[in-house]
Design a binder for this molecule. Structure first.
Ligand code: XIL
Length: 385
């Protein structure tokens, strides 16, 4: 597609912002400080995606308090996912008292900019209050009590955000990474049994019938966990539970998984009769021993690029993003592509799986300057429409 043909009217503010970026860009490059080899793309991600799919990012209130970043988010993206402020540990305290202020701030920003919000998440074994499923002694609560807690938590949160959240990740990362084990051993599983998944969907459906409900996980495009995900979708459907989509997190590496595997995974999930979202896309360009996003994993490793990613890797990252987006867009079942953050300074990969590294996985650098990866994603979006 000819990139010079403008199909969307760009607002004046958007243009002022873009001219400003180009100005700063020019100055940085003239001073020899620019790390990027290309001019910023002419179009935004949202414009490049057009009506094909929503392009989103994870944000927290701290991002929105930074005026420059908030403008960039509003201009570039078409939907938002609160990065952590809707997680149970952030919404409810150890005594069961709810505080919605921060989550509300992200939702209000999204509303103001007419961006649908994808709610992350209702049930996870991480960033969650122990009292939901465990007694003070660390032992699983009796099933009835744990179910009651699960229900009241889901009703409180989905009720508070009713009509404001387009879709909820109802259950996050319930599948086991271990060969031969279906579900991950979690406090919810120990207290309730495998039924906790269908119950969570049922409670959420009853509390907010208009929200779409998703199952979200990492590595599920890869054969071992793909089979378990298909089984989970079938199990839920066999029990009459409606599941609208599966979210493939998409925490990927420069060379893993292959783009063909991503495509095959999406196809197989769609064949089960669900939509497929890419919910947490980022590409880790630093050396790692493990792939995926198991929060329990920690690695020791060097911090090889504290002053910026060498241009050869910057280009590899851009090519990898281009190949991923092209692979994803081949599948009409994918209607949302969300990046897990905006700029490198705010990526969770600065602390995972190695703590305290300077990582460079996103489309904008620490100064919010566009990286070659941005241009590459925009081109892939334009040609994939
Ligand atoms: C991470 C967030 O980015 C962090 O801010 C938070 O402290 C922990 O979670 N898979 C998920 C996301 O589903 O919730 C994780 O995000 C990254 C891995």
């Amino acid at each position: 597609m000819n990139r010079n043909i403008r199909q969307h009217k760009v607002s004046q503010t958007a243009w002022v912002m873009r001219v400003a970026i180009i100005g700063v860009w020019g100055a940085m490059t003239a001073l020899g400080q620019g790390t990027n080899s290309q001019l910023p793309a002419e179009r935004t991600l949202r414009e490049a995606a057009g009506k094909r799919l929503l392009v989103g990012c994870a944000v927290a209130t701290v991002d929105l308090q930074d005026a420059k970043l908030a403008t960039l988010i509003a201009e570039q993206f078409g939907c938002l996912t609160p990065e952590y402020e809707l997680m149970p540990e952030h919404l409810v305290d150890a005594d069961g008292k709810f505080t919605f202020a921060r989550g509300d701030a992200v939702v209000a920003f999204a509303e103001k900019h007419r961006m649908p919000v994808f709610g992350h998440m209702l049930v996870w074994h991480f960033v969650t209050r122990k009292w939901l499923f465990e007694g003070r002694d660390g032992k699983p609560l009796p099933c009835e009590k744990a179910l009651e807690n699960l229900k009241s938590y889901i009703v409180a949160v989905t009720g508070h955000y009713k009509g404001k959240i387009k879709a909820w990740d109802v259950v996050n990362e319930a599948l086991s990474d271990k060969e031969g084990e279906y579900l991950r051993e979690t406090p919810a599983l120990r207290a309730i049994g495998g039924d906790y998944i269908e119950k969570a969907f049922e409670f959420a459906r009853a509390a907010d019938p208009d929200a779409e409900l998703y199952y979200n996980d990492y590595n599920i495009e890869q054969p071992a966990k793909l089979a378990k995900t298909r089984r989970l979708i079938r199990d839920l459907k066999a029990k009459g539970v409606r599941i609208d989509a599966v979210g493939i997190q998409g925490h990927w590496l420069l060379d893993w998984p292959p783009a063909e595997m991503i495509g095959t995974g999406i196809e197989a999930l769609a064949a089960e009769g669900v939509k497929v979202m890419i919910t947490e896309l980022d590409v880790d360009p630093l050396p790692r021993d493990t792939s995926g996003a198991d929060m329990a994993v920690t690695e020791k490793g060097a911090n090889p690029y504290p002053d910026g990613l060498p241009s050869i890797l910057q280009e590899r990252l851009a090519r990898r993003y281009g190949e991923i987006v092209a692979a994803v867009l081949k599948h009409p079942s994918v209607t949302m592509l969300g990046f897990w953050g905006t700029h490198d300074g705010r990526s969770w990969l600065n602390d995972f799986p190695v703590k305290g590294r300077t990582n460079h996985p996103l489309l904008f650098d620490r100064q919010c300057r566009p990286k070659p990866a941005l241009d590459s994603v925009i081109k892939a979006l334009e040609s994939g429409r």
